[in-house]
Design a protein around this ligand. Structure first.
Ligand code: NAP
Length: 258
């Protein structure tokens, strides 16, 4: 078994990494690691997942308990023992697969653990929205966010989407600044879709857009279409003691003395 590190550029994360490196009994390998130790925040874990999609991720959160990290700073010695003794559990997380293209025929595929957004922040864009090839609406506005249950506490929450229990397998569609008029009418509420649905957005007229896949952004000129589907068990996260989703919600968003 070989490991590598993804570390938030911050003194605390760097010193935890140095401490772990001294005590780990396995080899470091940055090209083909079996496990990744990601130290920082949820953003650090997103980067680790995209850089090493096949590795098992050990997340250490250096702030409040994050949504992906299963170890906090007081549990670093447990993490070292878990790796040295090869004694840990692996949870598998679902992702969104997005396939998109421009009108010149360039095609892209990527996977999101939090969300996929399609946005035109400077000029409004016009899209036709379908689910399973059935027409839903004609949209004009800034864009859409499609999130996983894990991503429901990220950008989706800022868009007033629902926080979704991560044991439910759904994807959530939220609007970003939709124009509602006689010409364009949108649902205007978040839409929760079953994981076996196929969501599609087709460009109406000309749109230059940004497509974001977690922290990664694609600048697409003359956007044509995007298809989003749900893929089960794609990301591997290690844990010793499973942290409760509601404890994470409480410690991240609510003030509690309990
Ligand atoms: P960033 O802009 O540097 O930080 C985004 C923030 O979102 C960080 O505080 C991060 O927590 C938090 N976060 C990430 N995933 C989360 C999750 N699943 N639940 C709750 N909070 C979460 O960007 P980044 O660190 O590269 O992360 C990219 C993510 O930023 C995107 O996937 C998107 O969800 C989010 N984002 C949010 C907005 C918004 O809310 N207006 C706008 C753009 C992007 P840590 O501090 O623990 O890293």
């Amino acid at each position: 078994m070989k490991c590598s590190f993804v570390i938030r550029d911050q003194d605390k994360s760097l010193s935890i990494a140095n401490y772990i490196k001294k005590k780990l009994k396995i080899e470091e390998d940055n090209t083909n690691p079996d496990i990744i130790i990601a130290i920082g925040g949820d953003g650090t874990i997103l980067k680790a997942v995209h850089e090493y999609p096949n590795a098992v991720i050990f997340g250490i959160h250096t702030g409040h308990l994050g949504f992906f990290a299963n170890y906090d700073v007081t549990e670093v010695d447990y993490l070292i023992d878990d790796i040295n003794n090869n004694n840990f559990n692996v949870d598998t997380l679902d992702v969104l697969k997005c396939e998109f293209s421009d009108k010149e025929g360039n095609e892209y595929i990527d996977f999101a653990i939090n969300e996929v957004t399609i946005m035109s922040p400077l000029r409004t864009m016009r899209l036709s929205v379908t689910v399973d090839n059935e027409y839903i609406e004609r949209f004009r506005g800034t864009g859409f966010c499609v999130s996983t249950p894990y991503g429901s506490t990220a950008y989706n929450k800022s868009l007033h989407g629902s926080v979704v229990d991560t044991t439910i397998k759904v994807m959530q569609l939220t609007e970003i600044a939709a124009i509602n008029s006689i010409a364009y009418r949108t649902l205007s509420s978040p839409l929760i879709l079953s994981s076996d649905r196929i969501l599609k957005f087709d460009s109406i007229n000309d749109n230059d857009v940004f497509i974001t896949v977690d922290h990664i952004s694609y600048d697409i000129k003359d956007f044509d279409k995007i298809k989003i589907t749900y893929l089960k068990d794609k990301v591997k996260m290690a844990y010793n003691t499973q942290k409760s989703f509601f404890n994470r919600i409480n410690r991240t968003f609510l003030i509690s003395k309990e």
